[in-house]
Unconditional design. Structure first.
Length: 540
């Protein structure tokens, strides 16, 4: 298959078409700034937390903006006396008690023993404050989640905060967006039955009986959705284990979006997320992932726990979670995974993570130096260098694994443009580059249509086709064409057909859009992009 991949700048990646507007909470998830977060606990609450660190206790919360340096000017934004606070982290990993650099969860809609209940803050129910105890660089999670979002995958936003507890400085923390129904609604539309968000950790996998096991015995925790009716998870487990080898992907496709699954596995392997789903096989793997089912029971995977990334040069076909291993044993799924890897490699290379790494390191340097509980002082700079070395090495390692066939993609056919390849970057209409010719200025997902503003370089005709990619092939969702007698700016309206609109009522919809231009004189050209429609509102 020949396909084109639109190259995104780091700025364009931040507004990828798959990613919705940042909303009122956007400012706290800006890795270019550091906020001040003050937590307060009574002496009794501290004793409770030490005894039961996983249980929320009543506390206070305040957040302030700063002028960019520790000890500088602070501007209080929010203060409240009723939130829930608990500790977080695994005993084998990042967990620290209050006497150390504890990691925190803050719950805004916490209800105390008196029945008093707090309200959401900035539309959020929770904050996750990671102590970065296992990330000597302090930037791995920022880079990892940027990579996931940059290839069009739903993933958490990140920011930084300097945390004080009862006035005592605890240091620099990563402020990580919680993956809950608030985040899911931001990506996919209203969360409602029978949707689910399952958390997989410490060896939880889609093996027979896993839906009936508690999390500490290899089962899944129900984070969102009905805790009793797990029919969607049972259907996934049954399909995954129904067969193996050739035909596996066809059996799984009705209950899992294999394009999304292979894309997230490709990113995990590429960034060295060994502690995720596709990272490696081990006693506590797979780990750090979510399974999300849409209203019709089709699953995709969401990333989590990405602090130990950009270190291990994982083999792209190394053994890992059950679905990953079965995918690679099925020729059709393996081919899809290879295509996703090729596209992911190009997309991540275009994100310029090296610059993001260095810029973020500069922003947080003074805060890191002011961190009295930093567990690895003096090692941050070297860890950042190792991270950028990893980023520089990975494209060559991927090219060597893919081999010459995928290493150099051909240009798409001009007279009959082929559909965009799987895993193409979604970019919200950012200009495709400086090369002269057909230029898309902006592409928007409007109600019932794709609206594309483009510049034609000369007289000629333009055709646009949008397709839905399924396990059985691609389905046309809309098509349109126009012509011009001279070079000019035009706007295309590609109206979704009835089948696409019906699908959009049930779930979010990613379309592969091919726009081709045939000039009156000269060679034809084509641009391929992805665009995502969030699920349509249901009629009253």
């Amino acid at each position: 298959m020949v396909f084109a991949i639109c190259v995104m700048s780091a700025a364009a990646a931040a507004s990828a078409a798959a990613e919705p507007e940042s909303g009122q909470a956007g400012w706290i998830y800006d890795p270019g700034k550091v906020a001040i977060i003050d937590l307060t606990l009574s002496p009794g609450a501290e004793v409770e937390l030490e005894a039961e660190p996983d249980e929320y206790v009543e506390g206070g919360f305040a957040i302030s903006t700063t002028n960019g340096v520790p000890g500088g000017e602070e501007h209080l934004v929010e203060s409240r006396g009723l939130v829930g606070i608990r500790l977080k982290g695994s005993a084998q990993g990042s967990f620290r008690p209050l006497s150390g650099k504890a990691a925190f969860k803050v719950k805004f809609n916490f209800e105390n023993a008196k029945g008093e209940k707090g309200k959401k803050y900035l539309g959020l129910k929770k904050l996750t404050l990671n102590n970065m105890a296992e990330d000597f660089s302090l930037i791995h999670e920022t880079l990892a989640y940027a990579a996931y979002r940059g290839v069009g995958l739903p993933a958490s936003r990140t920011g930084y905060a300097f945390v004080r507890l009862n006035g005592q400085p605890y240091g620099l923390y990563l402020n990580l967006e919680d993956m809950d129904d608030v985040a899911l609604e931001r990506w996919f539309g209203k969360f409602e039955d029978p949707q689910h968000l399952y958390e997989g950790e410490s060896g939880a996998d889609v093996k027979p009986g896993a839906e009936a096991l508690p999390p500490d015995e290899g089962g899944f925790e129900v984070d969102e959705g009905d805790e009793v009716n797990l029919d969607d998870l049972k259907a996934l487990i049954a399909a995954v284990n129904s067969t193996e080898g050739e035909g596996w992907s066809a059996a799984v496709a009705p209950v899992a979006d294999l394009a999304e699954l292979t894309r997230i596995w490709a990113v995990e392997k590429y960034i060295g997320h060994w502690d995720g789903y596709a990272g490696q096989a081990g006693q506590f793997q797979p780990n750090n992932y979510f399974l999300y089912s849409d209203p019709v029971g089709v699953f995709q995977m969401l990333p989590w726990g990405a602090d130990e990334t950009f270190e291990r040069h994982l083999a792209f076909d190394g053994p890992a979670g059950l679905m990953f291993d079965k995918c690679l044993a099925d020729p059709a799924c393996l081919a899809l995974y290879r295509q996703e890897l090729a596209a992911v490699g190009k997309a991540i290379a275009a994100l310029d993570l090296d610059s993001l790494a260095n810029q973020t390191a500069v922003v947080i340097r003074s805060w890191e130096e002011a961190d009295p509980r930093l567990e690895h002082p003096g090692l941050v700079e070297g860890a950042v260098t190792k991270t950028t070395d990893f980023i520089a090495d990975r494209p060559g390692e991927l090219a060597a694994w893919l081999g010459p066939e995928e290493e150099d993609d051909e240009e798409p056919s001009a007279s009959a443009p082929s559909p965009p390849g799987p895993g193409q970057v979604e970019d919200n209409g950012a200009p495709p580059g400086p090369a002269p010719g057909l230029r898309i200025e902006r592409m928007e997902a409007m109600p019932g249509a794709i609206v594309t503003h483009l510049d034609l370089p000369a007289a000629g005709s333009v055709q646009q086709v949008a397709r839905i990619r399924t396990s059985a092939g691609s389905l046309e969702a809309c098509s349109t064409q126009a012509s011009a007698s001279e070079a000019k700016a035009i706007t295309l309206h590609c109206q979704l057909d009835e089948r696409a609109r019906r699908r959009l009522q049930r779930r979010w919809l990613r379309l592969e859009v091919s726009t081709s231009f045939t000039p009156s004189r000269g060679d034809p050209e084509s641009i391929a992009r992805h665009i995502l429609f969030r699920r349509a509102a249901r009629p009253d």
